[in-house]
Design a protein around this ligand. Structure first.
Ligand SMILES: *Cc1c(COP(=O)(O)O)cnc(C)c1O
Length: 390
């Protein structure tokens, strides 16, 4: 039997081993050491921001973003329902805020029409901000996720956030490297256009430090506050004085070394992601009613990182869970897209609007293997196995 093809695994080589070994032999293996600062500078340079703050996960950087934005208990945050739970918990439950869920458009990202509709018809804009008519609560922020590396509709979402006085928090955990190439936002990377943006280096992301993340902000004081909160809010290091409740959300020096090596390979990884994506499209799109979902591309003024591939079963008799089980039996790991968050145990009875497309994609999507070490031959094997199910 041929080898197992996993969904999405790290791609480490000699450079990662060499850089990490330097940290290990130097003894700087924990949260002190020069490499974290060096990695933060390299990340800031890559995404074109003055400063980046490293953290020990994407989830913790999202929590830091919510704290730096000053989201208060009892306030509300507009979030997508079709996403990973870590895009929602840190912006809402972690800080005592409540979510209002909105569905997606055909990019799988939050639907600007749904957000506009909620703000315009179910809220009242007062002198000090937007208020939800149903709950009376202040609607403080808008969380936007760049799903699977696809760019959300930022010109419209930024305009909505400005008009309704919402803090815009970008979850770019899946979209490192995605950027506008044309239009009013040309040159801007996913994660750098809102008030604050977060990234992840978890093992399944386009580059990884095992676990890790970082944030950037267009408010220099928010960036410094996030750094402060991530290091136990130390006001005086020697005397152990802390001026607020902080966290240990720091990245280690070893992780930073892994990240420096991975960042050198990011553009190469993005090229591989695109090549495999094109291979899946050529092999499966339009075959027997199958569809490979599109990304925003150069024609739309976007360079996408093509992180995660979606096969849609909308026009076939094939059923999602049967496809996943049958591919698993052939040594190929796939998965369904996330269960909708407004239906999860922790969010009973929350407001949720504009759900048709989110429900449709939830039912029809199977995510295909997408590791950057997936070879052309592996990808060919996945294509053949899928065709064989038709
Ligand atoms: C991976 C991911 C996160 C969380 O990142 P971690 O580093 O795993 O904590 C948050 N949001 C989305 C959309 C993700 O895909």
């Amino acid at each position: 039997m041929s080898e197992f093809i996993p969904l999405s695994v790290p791609n480490f080589g000699t450079k990662e081993a060499q850089y990490a070994a330097e940290a290990i032999t130097s003894g700087w293996v924990s949260t002190s050491g020069a490499k974290v600062g060096e990695f933060e500078q390299a990340l800031a340079r890559y995404v074109g921001m003055p400063r980046a703050v490293a953290a020990n996960s994407g989830s913790s950087s999202l929590h830091l973003a919510a704290l730096a934005a000053g989201i208060q208990p009892g306030e509300e945050v507009i979030v997508p329902t079709l996403t990973f739970i870590a895009a929602v918990n840190p912006l809402t439950r972690y800080v005592g805020a409540a979510p209002v869920f909105i569905g997606c458009d055909d990019s799988l990202c939050i639907d600007p029409d749904g957000v506009e509709e909620f703000c315009a018809n179910r809220c009242t804009l007062k002198a000090d901000g937007l208020y939800n008519n149903q709950t009376g609560a202040r609607v403080r922020a808008l969380g936007v996720v760049h799903v699977f590396g696809n760019m959300a509709d930022m010109p419209r979402l930024l305009d909505i956030a400005r008009r309704y006085r919402l803090v815009l928090i970008e979850d770019a955990t899946e979209a490192l490297g995605t950027r506008y190439t044309a239009g009013p936002l040309a040159g801007r990377f996913a994660g750098t256009m809102g008030d604050v943006g977060c990234f992840s280096f978890n093992g399944n992301k386009i580059i990884t430090t095992g676990a890790g993340g970082f944030l950037v902000s267009n408010h220099p004081d928010w960036t410094e506050h996030a750094k402060h909160l991530s290091t136990q809010a130390k006001a005086d290091v020697l005397q152990f004085l802390h001026d607020e409740v902080g966290y240990n959300y720091r990245m280690t020096n070893v992780q930073a070394c892994l990240g420096l090596a991975q960042l050198e390979r990011l553009e190469e990884f993005i090229a591989i992601k695109k090549a495999r994506y094109e291979q899946y499209r050529a092999g499966l799109d339009g075959v027997g009613g199958l569809r490979i979902l599109p990304f925003r591309e150069e024609a739309d003024g976007v360079r996408s990182n093509h992180w995660f591939y979606s096969l849609s079963l909308e026009n076939t008799a094939l059923d999602r869970d049967t496809v996943i089980a049958q591919l698993q039996a052939r040594g190929i790991q796939t998965r369904p897209i996330w269960a909708l968050i407004h239906e999860q145990a922790d969010y009973p009875g929350c407001e949720a609007y504009d759900l048709d497309k989110a429900q449709f994609y939830r039912k029809n999507i199977v995510n295909l293997p997408c590791s950057t070490n997936l070879t052309e031959a592996d990808c060919g094997r996945v294509i053949a196995a899928v065709k064989n199910l038709l």
